[in-house]
Write a protein that binds this ligand. Structure first.
Ligand code: CP3
Length: 337
């Protein structure tokens, strides 16, 4: 339905799906996850990818599936060891951004199980539902690769940037190429929508915002369009503040995903009118015990976007605390609106 919305620009269509819909808030997720010793193995196991991707569609009447995978598969295939530690998150081994790394290529054959999973999923889900393939934006990938994991301020990454601008740019350029190649690979395998997650765009120093927050995404999309990848592309410049507007004009995305911090009225007023919007619901509201609060928030978003083309979604990923009954309630509210 996302493809239909983009083609017809019909604002009565209100496609809906949820960031991180296939994750830890669904009990069966753990049955799949516990089959694997580590998360990367899970992300590269054909059967598990298929099961986890279609799991939320069994629970919810949603319009898209998002491929079960992770943005950190790219650093993994660049040879950087990636592990996921309970209560900590991803841990990446220390890297040296030298000639060796910068000249290292990624063999896309490493993704063969992902490709096979995509064709399986396509056979399983109705053709009216989109399958979303994705990657991390070069800035966000660089953050994880240099910092070695998540961080409250990514100070190590920013220190590296101020000390070694040229090396940092080389890394960004390298990742830009790999992201484009990997998105094209997912498209050719059967994904009908692509998404670029810039989860840490709030950490880009102002001086570099256009260079690292907009240009890499723009280059990725130019590259994809040259290769005849025609599907809709969603960008998520998470907590990008006022830069969201320039991003909407220059990054070449078809859809801009709006986080839960951003004032939706402001965003709708200033955003490029040619892009479609997505998101804004605070995912944490889906963990609460207050149906009235949920109803008011869902209506607030539906009222503001009534005459716009908008994809209903949360403003960041669903957390393990999210209650299935709340997600079902949101879907009911949208369908009956
Ligand atoms: O359901 C879906 O949306 C599809 C799968 C998906 C995952 N990761 C699975 C996953 C998607 C789209 C991602 C993208 C991703 N991965 C992003 C960008 C989106 C965002 O949330 O901002 C980022 C920053 C990552 C990196 C990453 N992977 C982190 C920081 C973590 C651990 C902490 C966390 O947020 O859960 C992961 C692990 C991960 N990726 C899990 C899942 C379901 C949890 C693994 C587990 O413990 O079972």
């Amino acid at each position: 339905m996302i493809n239909k919305l983009i083609k017809l620009k019909d604002n009565t269509l209100k496609p809906k799906w949820f960031l991180r819909q296939a994750g830890r808030h669904i009990p069966e997720y753990y049955l799949i996850r516990n089959k694997h010793d580590n998360f990367i193995d899970f992300c590269l196991n054909e059967r598990s990818i298929v099961e986890a991707t279609i799991l939320p569609l069994k629970y919810y009447n949603i319009d898209a599936a998002i491929l079960f995978s992770d943005i950190l598969l790219l650093p993994h295939f660049l040879g950087q060891a990636v592990t996921f530690k309970k209560n900590i998150g991803p841990v990446l081994e220390e890297i040296c951004i030298d000639k060796n790394l910068l000249e290292k290529d990624i063999d896309l054959n490493g993704f063969i199980t992902v490709k096979n999973a995509i064709s399986q999923i396509k056979k399983t889900i109705p053709s009216s539902k989109d399958l979303i393939g994705f990657c991390g934006a070069p800035w966000t990938l660089s953050c994880y690769m240099i910092e070695g994991g998540s961080s409250k301020d990514f100070a190590k990454t920013r220190t590296f940037l101020w000390n070694n601008e040229e090396k940092f740019i080389n890394l960004i350029n390298k990742l830009t190429k790999h992201c484009a190649d990997y998105l094209e690979y997912q498209f050719l395998a059967g994904c009908t929508v692509l998404m670029i997650f810039d989860t840490w765009s709030s950490m880009i120093p102002d001086k570099y915002w256009v260079k690292f927050g907009i240009e890499p995404t723009k280059l990725i999309i130019e590259r994809l369009r040259k290769k005849n990848v025609k599907c809709p592309i969603i960008g998520l410049p998470f907590k990008s503040g006022e830069m969201l507007i320039q991003y909407s004009y220059e990054a070449l995305v078809d859809v801009v995903s709006i986080d839960w911090k951003t004032n939706l009225e402001w965003a709708l007023k200033y955003i490029n009118k040619n892009v479609i919007t997505q998101g804004n619901l605070d995912p944490v509201i889906l963990s609460c015990d207050n149906p009235l609060a949920i109803k008011k928030e869902v209506y607030r978003i539906l009222d503001l976007t009534q005459k716009k083309c908008h994809i209903f979604n949360v403003g960041h990923g669903l957390t393990p605390e999210v209650k299935i009954k709340n997600v079902k309630y949101v879907i009911k509210l949208i369908d009956e609106y």
